[in-house]
Write a protein that binds this ligand. Structure first.
Ligand SMILES: Nc1nc2c(ncn2[C@@H]2O[C@H](COP(=O)(O)OP(=O)(O)OP(=O)(O)O)[C@@H](O)[C@H]2O)c(=O)[nH]1
Length: 368
């Protein structure tokens, strides 16, 4: 868009000089030739501006950059034989054109240099041939044109170097930002991994003991505020040592994982289950009184009993003993609640295992 505008403005200015041509030459043959030449140059420039406007992708085509410069340069050179007596005005116009070439078309130093040298050399030759200037004037004109070219060339060279430097800096900055983003993503993933390690039990994927305590404490607090009961289970796999001893720790681990899955699938999404240690699991059940707790524990026990064992393990059934405590008073904190469930569990083990026991004061145990 910017290029179209520059081309159009340059063409119009070049065309407007026909007014001064008229005052200088009148309606002579030279004037008509000059007008014809100006019309050709202006039309070519306008056509080129339209082509660029209509079909774009100008920046990738070097010859498109060069063309308007060569057309304008030729036009300026051709004025000399037609208006040889107004050379001083034309010298100014040539110097302005050279500066405009260098400064308005950056990034194409070679294209611009060739076009400017063509204009300078062409203008000098035309001046010598048609304006009949003396050798001294020719020398002065040459020096002036060399100076204009040198200033334009070094200004553009400097501009290009600055742009390149700026580009390198921008590129470096982008690379650094990219590295930084990668670093942030890496750190985030490390943080996530650390969080997982801290919050999850590595074998079963359940909440770790510490994370369970955190979540259960929050549930207990919520239950107290809403004056609703909270159930707590301590679940222990019966005779688990025998499984390890008979089939090895690998099978023992597999059994623990299956039991963890069975327990987790028997609970509501609002319940929180964790691995308390070894073959012991713990569950916090918000909004759960003794009757509901017993029903859930029963379901859980049945699920474990129905778990199919690995091939090669004999027909032995798995079983768990579950100690249940209910927080429905103001007094007990989480540790006390866990201790109650543990006492109930112990009572269940003592009474023969594969059962559930609800804690109560002076526990002899209620078992099922
Ligand atoms: N495979 C495996 N075994 C474990 C793991 N953690 C603890 N154990 C084993 O679990 C067994 C627990 O044995 P005990 O405390 O005697 O309990 P038990 O044999 O289940 O007997 P009761 O609980 O009284 O029914 C021990 O042999 C531990 O080594 C574990 O992550 N993987």
């Amino acid at each position: 868009m910017e290029t179209c505008l520059s081309l159009t403005v340059a063409a119009l200015i070049f065309g407007m000089f026909s007014v001064s041509d008229y005052y200088l030459l009148g309606l002579t043959k030279e004037y008509y030739l000059l007008i014809a030449m100006r019309i050709v140059v202006v039309s070519l420039c306008l056509m080129l501006a339209f082509t660029i406007f209509r079909w774009g992708s100008y920046s990738s085509k070097v010859w498109l950059h060069a063309m308007p410069l060569w057309i304008l340069a030729t036009g300026i050179i051709l004025i000399v034989p037609l208006r040889p007596e107004s050379l001083s005005t034309q010298v100014t116009a040539v110097v302005v054109a050279i500066m405009a070439f260098y400064l308005l078309i950056p990034n194409l130093l070679t294209v611009v240099t060739f076009a400017s040298l063509y204009l300078s050399a062409g203008f000098l030759v035309a001046a010598v041939l048609f304006s009949e200037i003396s050798p001294v004037e020719a020398l002065r004109l040459s020096l002036l044109l060399i100076m204009a070219n040198a200033v334009g060339f070094f200004a553009l060279l400097r501009l290009e170097r600055l742009q390149r430097k700026q580009f390198v800096l921008l590129h470096d900055e982008r690379n650094q930002n990219h590295q930084l983003l990668k670093e942030i993503a890496h750190r985030k993933s490390l943080e996530e991994q650390l969080r997982m390690v801290a919050e999850r039990d590595a074998l079963t994927g359940l909440n770790s003991r510490s994370h369970f305590m955190k979540r259960a404490r929050a549930l207990l607090q919520g239950s107290r505020l809403e004056k609703r009961p909270l159930g707590l289970f301590m679940i222990d796999v019966d005779y688990f040592k025998r499984i390890n001893d008979t089939w090895g720790h690998g099978h023992g681990d597999w059994v623990l994982t299956r039991i963890a899955e069975a327990c987790a699938h028997s609970l509501r999404p609002t319940d929180v289950i964790g691995r308390f240690g070894g073959e012991e699991f713990v569950v916090a059940l918000p909004d759960t009184g003794p009757r509901d707790a017993q029903r859930v524990a029963e379901r859980l026990k049945t699920r474990v009993a129905e778990l199919p064992l690995k091939e090669g393990m004999d027909e032995r059934r798995l079983s768990v003993t579950i100690g249940i405590a209910i927080a429905d008073d103001e007094g007990a904190d989480l540790e006390a609640l866990i201790s109650r469930a543990d006492q109930a569990l112990y009572a269940g083990k003592r009474d023969g295992r594969n059962r559930l026991v609800i804690w109560r004061e002076g526990l002899g145990g209620e078992s099922g």
